[in-house]
Every structure is written in structure tokens, then in C-alpha cells.
Ligand binder design. Structure first.
Ligand code: SAH
Ligand code: SF4
Length: 359
């Protein structure tokens, strides 16, 4: 496994207030900060110095910063693959140090959602997930996370489509394992000066990093929380999600209760349905027991194929039966629409795709 260091800080790592503070400290006017912010976050400019419309003092400042302490993260689009139905677009972004991450843009009748990556690879090792199968490479910086949103916006703009409405942090990596960078990126993304994507339209999904959930709750983070559960007993969960050995179900559910009592918010539980393994009515009854007392919504995700896991997706009838047991226990659920499977942009398929497209 290659572990590389993250690149030096860039303009996209800063909130509008942080950027303005630095610029004013260097003798520029707040209006210069506003102009730079617009160029970065509204016009999605990648070549700052090529801009003719920036005032000379601002251009000089940018030039000096780029020569010194800052970089401007401009990931290259290594590939852009639309699915056959045109409803999913997968962007493979090459970062400054050559690492590659994927961002997926999904279209639902007039609305667009981007699925954002938070790490190159993932340390959590879930056996059915392509990102987990590749291991951990490195954390992404806030700017690299922000850049994915900007690239997705640029893509939609280029196609003449409206901008993003929702974001899900369900791409490569475990967001709460890279807590500080993810929260900084979210501050930048939801800055009223940068976008119209409010916190209630953003969901952060975790495999169950208990200290991260507690911190997220204690800090009253305004984003939605999703917890990927997949199994209702420790033995079965540890087999699928090895970090369960570190934060077993009892601790995870206690953290979820803490979140609920602290924020009053609903939790979205992710459940990847694997035929014959976690899709039976008995298992559904166990899930209902685990979630009792919480305000929960269960997202059932049909298993997508990955190279190193030979489980099969559940039959529709099993998914229906599972949903019925949950409904009888008063727990709402939805079966997630499958998206972008032909270009390996579905849940848990990220990264494996690249290898396959090169075969
Ligand atoms: N690390 C975070 C977020 C990224 S994974 C987490 O695990 O929650 C996003 C979702 O995709 C998770 O719910 C995960 O369990 C699911 N997933 C992973 N591999 C999958 C696969 N092969 N098929 C379907 N869903 C999968
Ligand atoms: Fe990491 Fe989430 Fe994949 Fe598990 S499912 S390996 S936590 S990205």
C-alpha cells in the first residue's frame, strides 16, 4: 500500500472569512476577497492567472501566493463516463499527487445529487465494498473535497442543467475518519456566499466510527447523518464490516441514541441487502429491535457487484419482505434506486471501475 502525503494548502481550503482575513492582512480590500471568492466558487475557475478581469493588486497577490504558501487545487478530469441511460455521470479526478478519486453526479427528474469522496481508498475494509478492498491511501484535504463539488457544478453548467441540489458523502472513504477536513469542506460548501446547497440537503454517511458520531452530535452539526449498519448481530457485522470489532453494535447504537437525544434528528440507516445473508424476515425483526426508540429511516441498498466479494443481490421478493417487517414495526424504509451500475458508479463500486475500464 502506498501512503502519500497530502499536497500543500490551497485557496479552496479556506472559508470566505478566512480568505478575506488573509487578504486584508496582506493589504488588499474586502472587495478583492469577494472577487476571488466569486471566481473560485461561482465561476469554478481553474486558471486564476489567465483571468483578464482581475484587478492588478489581486492578480499580484494570487501570483505571490501561488509561488509560495498556496496551491490552487485543480484536479484533472482523468475520465468522465456517463451511464447508458445518461442519468449518472462518473468523474474520475486526478489530484496533484496523482491520486485518483471519483465523484458521481446523479440526476433525478430535474434535481441533481453529487456523491462525494472523502479519502483515497478506505481503512475500514468492508468486505463487499470496492473502496474497502483497495485499502487506505490517504485523507483528502478540505480543498480536494470542495473541488469535487465545483467539478460537479461545472459539469452540470456545461450541460446547461441546473446546479446541485443535494450532496451525499457516500463516495470513496469514511467521512468521520477524516473528520476535520470534511467539516471544513462542509463549512466552505454551505457558505451562503458560495452555494445554494443548505446543510439540510447534505448527508454524511458513516460506517459507525463511534467517536465521530458523538462529536458530530455534540457539535450539533446541521447535516444529516447516515449510519451504514448491514447486520444486526456482532458476529455477522464483524464479518462484513471489520471495524465492528472496534466499535461493536451496542456502542454504535448507544452513540446513535446520543445523537438522537442531542439533536432530535432522524438517522438514515444504510443496509446493503445480500441474498440469504442479511435479507430474511428474522434479520429484519432484529433490525427493528435495534432501532426501537430512535427516529430512523432505513435505506435498503441492493448489493452491487465488486471484484472480491461473491455475495449476490437479494431477490425483489426478499427486499419486499424485509420492508414489510420494518413497516409493521413502524420503521419507514426505501429501496435505493440502482444507478450507474454499467459504469461501475454504484454504491461501493468506486475505484474498481477504473481498473475495469482499462481492461
Ligand atoms: N464509508 C461510508 C460512506 C461511503 S460507502 C459508509 O460506509 O457509510 C457508501 C454506502 O455504500 C455505504 O452505505 C456502503 O455500505 C454502501 N456500499 C458499499 N459497498 C457496496 C456494494 N458493493 N453494494 C451496495 N452498497 C455498497
Ligand atoms: Fe469504507 Fe464505507 Fe466502503 Fe466500508 S463501505 S470500506 S467504510 S467506503
Amino acid at each position: 500500500m502506498t501512503v502519500t502525503v497530502a499536497p500543500s494548502p490551497g485557496f479552496l481550503d479556506l472559508t470566505s472569512a478566512e480568505l478575506a482575513e488573509r487578504m486584508v492582512a496582506d493589504g488588499l480590500r474586502p472587495a478583492h476577497a469577494g472577487a476571488l471568492w466569486r471566481v473560485l466558487h461561482h465561476q469554478f475557475e481553474t486558471h486564476l492567472l489567465a483571468r483578464e478581469d482581475l484587478e492588478p493588486p489581486l492578480k499580484r497577490w494570487i501570483t505571490a501566493k501561488l509561488a509560495g504558501e498556496f496551491t490552487h487545487i485543480t484536479p484533472q478530469i482523468a475520465s468522465h463516463i456517463p451511464s447508458a441511460d445518461g442519468l449518472t455521470q462518473k468523474l474520475l479526478l486526478r489530484l496533484a499527487d496523482g491520486q485518483e478519486v471519483e465523484t458521481v453526479v446523479m440526476s433525478y427528474t430535474g434535481r441533481h445529487t453529487a456523491c462525494i469522496s472523502t479519502q483515497a481508498g478506505c481503512a475500514m475494509g468492508c468486505v463487499f465494498c470496492a473502496t474497502g478492498q483497495m485499502g487506505f491511501v490517504r485523507h483528502l484535504t478540505p480543498g480536494e473535497i470542495v473541488a469535487q463539488v465545483l467539478e460537479a457544478q461545472r459539469l452540470l453548467k456545461g450541460l446547461g442543467l441546473p446546479g446541485l441540489r443535494n450532496l451525499v458523502f457516500m463516495g470513496m472513504g469514511e467521512p468521520l475518519h477524516n473528520y476535520d477536513s470534511v467539516m471544513q469542506a462542509l463549512r466552505i460548501i454551505t457558505d451562503p456566499r458560495s452555494s445554494r446547497i443548505g446543510p439540510s440537503r447534505i448527508t454524511v454517511s458513516t460506517v459507525g466510527v463511534v467517536p465521530g458520531i458523538i462529536r458530530f452530535a455534540a457539535e450539533q452539526q446541521p447535516y444529516n447523518l447516515a449510519v451504514s449498519l448491514h447486520a444486526a448481530t456482532d458476529a455477522e457485522r464483524t464479518a462484513l464490516v471489520p471495524v465492528n470489532a472496534r466499535w461493536p453494535l451496542a456502542e454504535l447504537m448507544e452513540a446513535c441514541r446520543f445523537y438522537h437525544s442531542h439533536t432530535g434528528k432522524k438517522i438514515f440507516f444504510g443496509w446493503t441487502l445480500i441474498a440469504g445473508r442479511n435479507d430474511t424476515p428474522d434479520v429484519a425483526r432484529q433490525v427493528a429491535g435495534l432501532l426501537r426508540g430512535l427516529s430512523a429511516h432505513v435505506n435498503l441498498i441492493p448489493l452491487n457487484p465488486t471484484e472480491k466479494f461473491d455475495g449476490c443481490e437479494s431477490a425483489d421478493s426478499a427486499a419486499d419482505g424485509f420492508q414489510k417487517v420494518l413497516a409493521d414495526a413502524g420503521i419507514p424504509s426505501t429501496v435505493r434506486q440502482r444507478r450507474g451500475i454499467d459504469v461501475a458508479a454504484g454504491c461501493g463500486q468506486l475505484k474498481a471501475a477504473k481498473k475495469r475500464s482499462q481492461d
